[in-house]
Design a protein around this ligand. Structure first.
Ligand SMILES: CC(C)(COP(=O)(O)OP(=O)(O)OC[C@H]1O[C@@H](n2cnc3c(N)ncnc32)[C@H](O)[C@@H]1OP(=O)(O)O)[C@@H](O)C(=O)NCCC(=O)NCCS
Length: 190
């Protein structure tokens, strides 16, 4: 068996060579039919601008997976918008992909763990995600890591003129903080 070196890390700034690798990996994952919203790879310049933009958005955190030094995978943690107080407890795991040539080395499992760790560190209670029901490998990975499916949208995506259903998953990252009311529940009334 060939031994490979894999590294998972946040990408805080992007150099040209890394950007090329990231775009190559995204393109090959899109062509393979998976993940990432796009059904066909957009022009390279669009993809490059997209990733440069992601790095600049304060609510988005980009992690990459490297195989033998080259970027081969990525995922993002998306924090909720600041005006959404009612949903300020929940972050989104989104756009996970691993280039086909880098699969089977545990990169996606560790990318998902990194997102989960950061979401916990940032104080979120819930981590949400959604994906097409055809993405069976990813479904197995998410379920193995404790995400629970709570809903299905039959018209989640439109692919070649046909609806594709999508599943919604959540994972609770920690216990709800106790409210004053529940802390005092057993105290005798004055
Ligand atoms: C899903 C995907 C991210 C998996 O990437 P990967 O790096 O090969 O996955 P890993 O090597 O980390 O595998 C993690 C676990 O899932 C299992 N797994 C991986 N691919 C699998 C498959 N096709 N079928 C069944 N199990 C699979 C592995 O055996 C491993 O199990 P283990 O932890 O018990 O060893 C990759 O196939 C991909 O990019 N697919 C297309 C995009 C996509 O579906 N993205 C998700 C949408 S948000």
């Amino acid at each position: 068996m060939t031994v490979v070196n894999t590294v998972i890390e946040p990408l805080l700034e992007v150099f040209d060579e890394d950007l090329e690798d990231l775009c190559d990996a995204a393109e090959s994952a899109i062509l393979d039919g998976g993940g990432f919203g796009w059904l066909r790879p957009p022009p390279r310049a669009v993809l490059g601008r997209y990733f440069r933009g992601v790095i600049m958005v304060p609510e988005r955190h980009l992690f990459v997976g490297r195989l033998d030094g080259r970027i081969a995978a990525s995922v993002q943690l998306q924090e909720p918008p600041r005006n959404n107080e009612a949903q300020a407890h929940a972050a989104l795991l989104t756009t996970l992909f691993v280039a086909p040539w880098a699969r089977g080395h545990g990169i996606s499992r560790r990318l998902v763990q990194s997102v989960e760790e950061l979401a916990t560190e940032l104080g979120y209670l819930m981590l949400n995600l959604d994906l097409r029901s055809t993405q069976t490998a990813a479904i197995q990975i998410y379920e193995a890591q404790g995400f629970t499916r709570w809903g299905t949208n039959p018209a989640y995506a439109l692919v070649d003129g046909k609806f594709v259903e999508g599943h919604y998953y959540s994972k609770q990252l920690r216990e709800l903080p106790k409210t004053k009311k529940s802390r005092n529940r057993n105290k005798p009334a004055k």
